[in-house]
Design a protein around this ligand. Structure first.
Ligand SMILES: Nc1nc2c(c(=O)[nH]1)N[C@H]1C(S)=C(S)[C@@H](COP(=O)(O)O)O[C@H]1N2
Ligand SMILES: [Mo]
Length: 202
């Protein structure tokens, strides 16, 4: 049985966030295209680090082993790219952002974050989005190590935002008191990036 409506490749129904399974203007694909603005970095898990700075009481660096000791969560969720394709029902494993920040002493002025990466990509989101929408650091995809071209060994995954809001090869979280645009946000992409409101471009 084909779960898709063949003519339109729309997956019917409601997702776990009580939103339409297929956001407006999206079509289903079983492929996993790659969108990388520059070279694909090669980082071994043992060399991977993430630094947190900005509106925090103390800067911190986490290495791979320490990170793996944080609570690990698997979510089944969908991936919506602003270029109009969606992947459905993949299993993503890693550390929820809300669990990660339990290990950081934030200042009350931390209202926005910037994701930083090994390839100098950047993308920004409000703290409340990072905390409330199953945003996660993901290292495992459908039970296998996240492929390098998709951000392995570690990326951010934002199931309720367009995919550019999830940085591949994540290596830094900057906590900010005021919002600042990331790479695509400076180039006309919309900052909230809600697929159900079709917030594609600014
Ligand atoms: N570090 C980094 N993260 C990134 C990008 C990038 O070029 N570098 N591209 C973004 C864009 S525009 C999209 S659509 C998604 C694509 O993820 P994928 O290549 O796994 O499909 O990653 C986002 N995260
Ligand atoms: Mo993208």
């Amino acid at each position: 049985m084909n779960i898709f409506n063949d003519s339109k490749r729309i997956k019917p129904g409601i997702n776990k966030y009580s939103l339409p399974k297929t956001p407006p203007g999206q079509v289903a694909t079983e492929k996993f295209p790659i969108y990388t603005f520059n070279e694909t970095p090669k980082i071994e898990p043992n060399d991977w680090q993430i630094r947190v700075w900005g509106e925090v009481e103390a800067e911190r660096v986490f290495g791979w082993n320490e990170f793996m000791q944080l609570p690990q969560t698997t979510i089944r969720a969908d991936f919506h790219c602003v270029t109009r394709w969606s992947r459905f029902d993949d299993d993503w494993t890693g550390v929820l952002f809300k669990d990660f920040v339990q290990h950081i002493k934030l200042k009350p002025t931390a209202k926005f974050i910037m994701q930083h990466t090994y390839d100098n990509y950047m993308t920004n989101l409000p703290m409340e989005v990072m905390l409330n929408e199953e945003v996660m650091f993901a290292h495992t995809f459908n039970g296998e190590p996240l492929p390098r071209e998709h951000g392995g060994p570690m990326r951010i995954f934002t199931p309720k935002r367009y995919a550019w809001k999830g940085a591949k090869w994540i290596n830094g979280i900057e906590f900010m008191s005021h919002d600042k645009p990331g790479l695509w946000e400076r180039n006309g992409y919309n900052t909230p990036a809600d697929p159900w409101k079709e917030e594609r471009f600014g």
